[in-house]
Design a binder for this molecule. Structure first.
Ligand code: HEC
Length: 174
């Protein structure tokens, strides 16, 4: 074999390898591209799948729905849970709370002739009449010589005990 021929062969092999490499590159590129397109399409067709949509729908259902008595309604959510815990207890206010929210308007300022809280002179005669009399007058209201004391200070939502606690608090301030 002449050296000219050897060189020619060498050139052929070099080119052959370059082309082979390039084709391999194209193959890998096409493979990646087709996978990418495939995944895109798969996601899209999955989102249109009724079974998939139903599963998502079930996952994002509201936790509960309000049913109004006497009104028709469609309920397609999970089972209705009926609250069977203890009844909500009435909030009971303490003496100072009742005093500050209701009584102070008059007894804190002397409004309408009300004996001011802490005014020993204005209260001494009342205190000597006894706690029962004062409680009774505060709960039921009364017209005295100084003015008119409305029943429960004008707030019928107060229980007798709440009013009595407020009277106790006022007496404690003397
Ligand atoms: C609208 C004003 C007003 C409010 C509000 C009010 N009072 Fe009076 N209260 C009076 C007046 C006026 C008197 C004095 C009446 C009199 O002796 O002529 C009085 C008197 C009293 C007396 C004295 C009773 C007695 O036997 O002499 C007590 C106790 C009393 N109030 C408690 C309360 C309590 C407790 C509250 C809040 C729950 C309250 N008051 C809210 C106006 C008010």
């Amino acid at each position: 074999m002449s050296s000219e021929e050897t060189k020619h062969d060498q050139q052929f092999y070099d080119r052959f390898l370059i082309i082979l490499g390039a084709l391999l590159g194209v193959t890998v590129f096409l493979f990646v591209l087709s996978r990418w397109i495939g995944v895109e399409n798969m996601n899209r067709s999955m989102q249109n799948d009724p079974a998939y949509q139903a599963a998502v729908g079930a996952r994002i259902l509201p936790v509960a729905k309000v049913a109004i008595e006497g009104e028709d309604y469609m309920f397609d959510g999970p089972e209705v849970v009926v609250y069977e815990g203890p009844e909500i207890l009435e909030v009971i206010m303490t003496g100072p709370q009742v005093y500050n929210s209701v009584c102070a308007a008059c007894h804190g300022t002397g409004l309408a002739g009300a004996p001011m809280t802490g005014d020993t002179a204005a209260w001494s005669a009342r205190v000597s009449n006894g706690t029962e009399m004062m409680n009774n007058n505060a709960v039921n209201g009364f017209q005295g010589s100084a003015g008119f004391m409305p029943a429960k200070g004008g707030d019928p939502r107060l229980s007798d005990d709440e009013v009595i606690a407020a009277v106790q608090y006022m007496v404690d301030q003397l």
